[in-house]
Design a protein. Structure first.
Length: 333
């Protein structure tokens, strides 16, 4: 469980690590299932790429994604729809510790909305360029939601500076789009106050989708895998994603339930929790996490984020400070 000071720190920085949330047999089964997905992704790497796609930085083959290297080859990088690949990915979605920590940070109800695995293969040496996640990467996205919009990143391996750990620029997540496009990767990695998030297997990083972040390539002999779940609040979904073509397509692929806040979706979450029981994992405590048509909600006695907290925080930022944050004035030219 997060302390009040940790919750406050998250809202200041936009990112926080929760140590050792996934452990024991649950972590082992998650790693085993991830091994199968990774092996298949590597084996199925596209060889005959159409000429009009050979120069693309990122291409898809089914639900697996491949990144272009400097040598002109595409290497395995990402897999979508993890819930459909092995039951353990669904079971982990209702891990009580993840839901308690997430619920403390968001302060509202939340529903799973996306599930994927990002992989850095040994010596792949392909970076993730600095960015903000949708919708904040849009240059005209100046508004910010009054409810925190947070990703849940579950680390299956050690994540270090050498194998491409996540880096973030703190205190720049409350003003919408940041003008990252005006800077080189070198400039951003030399930004004062930049934070490397090195993790152990089973650690979970919670990061605001609006927080600027990036990572270097993997230069080691080992894998670096991250299973991530994007949880959505109903209001966030309607304001940020409802009309996004990619989200609409994903909704059609997943029989709609990821984005429908109704009895059907509630029953899906209950099924996920029952799946945990069948796998022998720790179950939710209804006195700490409730399940309704709008998803999970932390109802325990510990500290949690006040209602519509980001609205309170953004209203405190004066126009000049906001302009400076958006322009990344702290980055050396």
């Amino acid at each position: 469980m997060f302390t009040q000071s940790q919750i406050d720190q998250f809202h200041h920085d936009g990112t926080i690590i929760a140590k050792n949330l996934i452990k024991g047999e649950e972590l082992e089964k998650l790693q085993e299932a991830a091994d199968k997905v990774v092996n298949k992704g590597i084996e199925n790497a596209p060889e005959d790429i159409p000429n009009n796609e050979k120069e693309k930085q990122f291409i898809w083959k089914g639900l697996d994604g491949y990144m272009l290297k400097k040598d002109g080859k595409h290497i395995y990088r990402r897999s979508q729809n993890m819930f459909d690949r092995d039951p353990v990915f669904k079971a982990v979605c209702t891990n009580p510790e993840i839901l308690k920590h997430y619920g403390q940070l968001i302060g509202h109800s939340f529903m799973p909305a996306d599930d994927a695995m990002v992989v850095k293969v040994p010596h792949g040496d392909v970076p993730v360029l600095w960015h903000q996640d949708p919708p904040y990467l849009k240059k005209d996205w100046d508004k910010l939601q009054r409810i925190p919009n947070i990703d849940c990143d579950i680390y299956l391996d050690h994540s270090t500076k050498e194998n491409g750990c996540l880096w973030g620029i703190p205190d720049h997540h409350l003003v919408g789009h940041i003008e990252i496009e005006n800077f080189s990767e070198e400039q951003l990695f030399n930004c004062p106050g930049i934070i490397p998030f090195e993790t152990e297997p089973g650690d979970v990083i919670f990061h605001s989708l609006s927080a600027p972040h990036g990572s270097a390539g993997n230069k080691t002999d080992g894998l670096r895998r991250t299973f991530y779940i994007h949880f959505n609040n109903k209001e966030i979904y309607e304001q940020c994603y409802k009309d996004d073509p990619q989200v609409i397509k994903r909704k059609e692929q997943r029989d709609g339930w990821f984005y429908d806040f109704n009895e059907k979706t509630k029953n899906k979450l209950i099924e996920m929790n029952e799946l945990r029981r069948s796998m022998g994992f720790e179950m939710l405590n209804e006195n700490e996490i409730s399940i309704s048509n709008e998803g999970f909600e932390y109802v325990g006695g510990g500290p949690k984020t006040p209602q519509f907290h980001w609205e309170t925080l953004t209203n405190k930022i004066d126009p000049e400070r906001r302009k400076s944050l958006k322009a990344l004035d702290i980055v050396p030219k």
